[in-house]
Design a protein around this ligand. Structure first.
Ligand code: PLP
Length: 454
């Protein structure tokens, strides 16, 4: 697209005409955004030509960076062949069939089917529909309650935002009455005097307690991200998932692993459930499945659920105009080709993942960093005034925003979540690029410390 307007004109129109997601409109009017006009590899460029190293891979989705001509070529070819057809009314299309087969083959063995959506939010809505249908067909209509966690992010439709665990979001609409939350396993914030191991077990047992209070005959499912992303990259203690798995296995409750962030190699396995050895009945995916180049999401459905739903007779009354869109599916197939061709899982597990984690952990020596955590190519750190007492920088929950501005000044995009800074860099980064990212992050941390006179 050739630019016909100045940056100032674009910014002004943007404020006047465009309601942005998750944005404080007053603040945005005072401080207009950067208009991103171009991207290459791991860098984005605004309309003034300023370069930023994008340590968030867009919104967790462009895991293979911005320069992947094979995906563009696949999309372009599909445009020529079949730009659209729907999958309702006894029809299908080649890319959708190919992708379904490929996803079933590359996901853990319990998964036999996929339901396509256009986003992670729609996929989690779909999960709710599948869960309800499953228990109805199993003649257990009382199993209605879905358990989720605080600080979870599962999307932004009414249903997905109800599953999510942000009270500031819940305050703005009526949440679904059959969703309940337990606490997230954030050891640094909530662990008190417990070791990480003890805290992981205790956090898992909250799930057990809640299920037993409600009665297992009333609980339909538990949904969780292997690592909570938007909530602040909350990496659970190693003891957490085995204990949760034990609790769920002993009770007849469906487990949904929301892998919209962890899926497709982010944690050093193809899926987060493989990293943590859990056995989900349903698995949400989106984002990196197309490297963010096309909107596509979906649910992997296990034999346990699929066999009940498909043998029931009567229609499953759910679907989207763009479910299994041929162009989005073509983009996904090309993305998966690259993931496999370039051995991205192994690269993250054995090479760049460990290197990033080593460099990221070094930031823990910084005077205002109280804690670092991460695995594979995802990480977060906690900003504090006092590393020993964990006293926060005042006012609380705002230091991340301050640090983020210093990151931007240094040509780095990191995301702020309250008092933590999070990264989800491209899986294709090399060591030198990781060093550049850490260097810029360190400068931003120095400036943040100076800003707060630490
Ligand atoms: C982003 C995200 C979603 C929602 O996906 P959308 O495509 O934005 O609807 C759901 N779950 C997790 C874990 C996410 O990070």
């Amino acid at each position: 697209m050739s630019i016909t307007k100045t940056t100032e004109q674009l910014q002004s129109l943007d404020v006047q005409r465009h309601l942005h997601p998750f944005t404080d409109f007053n603040n945005y009017a005072k401080k207009p955004g950067r208009i991103i006009s171009r991207a290459e590899h791991i860098y984005i460029y605004d309309t003034d030509g300023t370069e930023f190293l994008d340590a968030m891979s867009g919104l967790w989705c462009c895991s293979l960076g911005y320069s992947q001509p094979e995906i563009a070529a696949a999309v372009s070819a599909q445009f020529q062949q079949l730009p659209y057809y729907n999958n309702f009314f006894q029809c299908s299309n080649e890319p959708a069939v190919e992708l379904a087969d490929r996803l079933v083959k590359m996901t853990p063995e319990q998964f036999t089917h996929v339901f396509f959506t256009n986003s992670g939010s729609e996929a989690n809505d779909t999960n709710i529909r599948l869960i309800r249908r499953y228990w109805d067909l199993k003649n257990q209509p009382n199993k209605r309650i879905i358990l989720a966690r605080t600080n979870a992010y599962h999307g932004s439709t009414i249903a997905a935002a109800s599953l999510g665990g942000f009270s500031s979001v819940h305050d703005q609409f009526e949440t679904l009455p059959y969703v309940q939350h337990i606490a997230d396993p954030n050891w640094y914030n909530s662990g008190g005097d417990m070791t990480a191991h003890e805290f992981g077990i205790a956090a898992a047992r909250e799930l057990e307690k809640r299920i037993d209070q409600l009665g297992e005959e009333n609980v339909a499912a538990f949904i969780a991200e292997p690592i909570q992303g938007a909530g602040g990259v909350i990496v659970p203690p190693d003891s957490y998932w085995p204990e949760v798995s034990r609790i769920l296995k002993e009770r007849d409750i469906l487990f949904v692993s929301d892998e919209v962030i962890c899926g497709f190699a982010r944690t050093g396995s193809m899926f987060g459930c493989e990293t943590y050895n859990t056995e989900p009945d349903l698995m949400t995916f989106a984002k990196a499945v197309t490297n963010g180049f096309q909107p596509l999401g979906g649910v992997m459905v296990s034999d346990r659920v699929a066999s009940v739903i498909t043998s029931s007779g009567g229609e499953f009354g759910h679907g989207f105009t763009y479910s299994g869109h041929p162009i989005a599916c073509a983009a996904a197939l090309a993305t998966l080709d690259i993931l496999e061709r370039d051995n991205i899982v192994e690269r993250v597990a054995k090479n760049v993942g460990p290197y990033l984690q080593k460099r990221w952990a070094e930031l823990g020596d910084h005077p205002i960093v109280g804690h670092t955590r991460g695995i594979g190519m995802i990480g977060s750190l906690e900003l504090v005034r006092n590393k020993v007492t964990k006293e926060r920088l005042e006012p609380e929950q705002q230091a991340g925003g301050v640090c983020r501005e210093f990151c931007i000044d240094n040509g780095l995009v990191m995301r702020a979540v309250g008092d933590s800074m999070i990264i989800s860099p491209q899986l294709i980064m090399n060591h030198e690029e990781i060093d550049t990212m850490i260097e810029r992050a360190t400068k931003a941390l120095d400036q943040t410390a100076q800003h707060y006179s630490v």
